[in-house]
Design a protein around this ligand. Structure first.
Ligand code: NAD
Length: 369
């Protein structure tokens, strides 16, 4: 691991999300991509074209990549079910890591990764940054809502409601996302973002999860080797927190005919803040100012380079995540989004799936042990 300012990256998994990271890295100073790793030749070729450097090395598996080395930071953007196995050699390499969400597909696998991280930490790698890619934290309206949440004006935080109404799951390389055995289930795969936001906004830990959900509309007419996808497409999830606050998730994945992909509403005993994430609208209303009064603000993404915007990229949040991670690496600071955060976001999703399957509330202790 080099302590120099320039950071050399390896990207493991060069499909949709790997390429999003490449676009973000291209827009960062003192940054180069030196290696790409993917067993799928078409993904590697497309990613190589984005990097544009003939010098970038390519590998078909992570063991080859680690054996050659020569990178300071590795990004894991391979399918969910591969994270656990690709992380072993990468953690042993001592490099800084950005691991795409979900950290792994089960709480047990996440625990094993945390143990391996501790076991592979050496004097030389004691300052390595291991960061989980829960980048919804870095969407501009959400960041503004977080400021309201923690600024005190709302009083004691009581209720948080997150609605994600969006398009169905996209087509992926090898169709890995059509089966819960690969993804961890929708409430792990997709909704770990929102369970992470709940803990972050409320600054408290979950105690109990109740959920209702099903696969009612999407992918029912698809067949893969004769099998029909088994991925949930709508759910309501309620999470109770130690602080006494409660949070809800309203997920619908056949609701692309909408204006906002995410709407977040946070109510304390003194007021309410809400973020309409796609429109970039953030409102703050205080009860002392009277009924139906709220200040409204348009939150723009002016900080994000145009080249990053041109490639979609989750409203620039992946780029902001890299800016924050690079600052942590260069300043010897800790990860803002830790392995523990990754584990907890998976554990709440796992509890929600179990609540649906068993038709009862699940105590977090049942999942966390
Ligand atoms: N942060 C977000 O909002 C967000 C959004 C989309 C995807 N993701 C995550 O990013 C990861 C990748 O998703 P995607 O949408 O890019 O999928 P994808 O199918 O588009 O790309 C995955 C790539 O990984 C490759 N791959 C498979 N096994 C591999 C292995 N063992 N080592 C290296 N590469 C391997 C595949 O060949 C493919 O090219 C997943 O974990 C997913 O959950 C995160």
């Amino acid at each position: 691991m080099t302590a120099s300012r320039h950071l050399r990256y390896a990207v493991v998994g060069t499909g949709m999300m790997g390429v999003e990271h490449l676009h973000a890295l291209r827009a960062l100073p003192d940054t180069s991509v030196v290696a790409l790793c993917d067993p799928h030749a078409a993904s590697l070729a497309a990613a190589r074209a984005v990097v544009g450097a003939n010098t970038v090395r390519t590998y078909q598996n992570v063991e080859q990549l680690v054996a050659v080395g020569g990178f300071d930071v590795a990004i894991v953007a391979s399918p969910n079910q591969t994270h656990h196995d690709v992380l072993k050699p990468l953690l042993e390499s001592g490099a800084h890591l950005l691991i795409e969400k979900p950290l792994c597909i089960t709480t047990l696998q996440c625990r094993e990764v945390l143990a391996l991280e501790a076991a592979t930490r050496t004097a030389a790698s004691s300052q390595r940054v291991v960061w989980v890619g829960l980048e919804y934290r870095y969407m501009a309206p959400t960041m503004r809502l977080l400021r309201h949440a923690h600024g005190g004006a709302l009083g004691r935080l009581r209720m948080l409601a997150i609605r994600e109404h969006r398009f169905p799951f996209l087509v992926k390389v090898g169709d890995w996302n059509r089966f819960s055995a690969n993804t961890g289930g929708t409430l792990v795969e997709k909704c770990c973002h929102f369970f992470d936001l709940m803990r972050l906004v409320l600054q408290s830990e979950p105690t109990r999860v109740y959920a209702s959900g099903a696969q009612d509309v999407n992918h029912l007419d698809e067949r893969y080797d004769g099998r029909t996808p088994d991925i949930l497409d709508n759910a309501f999830v309620i999470v109770d927190f130690v602080s006494g606050a409660r949070a809800s998730l309203d997920l619908c994945m056949f609701a692309e005919a909408t204006k906002n992909e995410q709407e977040i509403s946070l109510v304390g005993d003194l007021g309410k803040a809400e973020a309409l994430v796609t429109e970039g609208v953030v409102r703050l209303g205080l009860r002392k100012n009277g009924w139906f009064q709220a200040d409204e603000e348009l939150v723009r993404n002016d900080d994000v380079p145009a080249a990053v915007h041109a490639h979609g990229a989750h409203h620039g949040s992946s780029w902001r995540e890299h800016v924050a991670m690079q600052a942590a690496i260069r300043n010897g600071a800790s990860a803002e989004v830790t392995l523990h955060d990754g584990l907890m976001s998976v554990a709440i999703g796992e509890a929600a799936h179990r609540s649906i399957a068993e038709g009862r509330p699940i105590a977090m202790s049942e999942v966390l042990g």
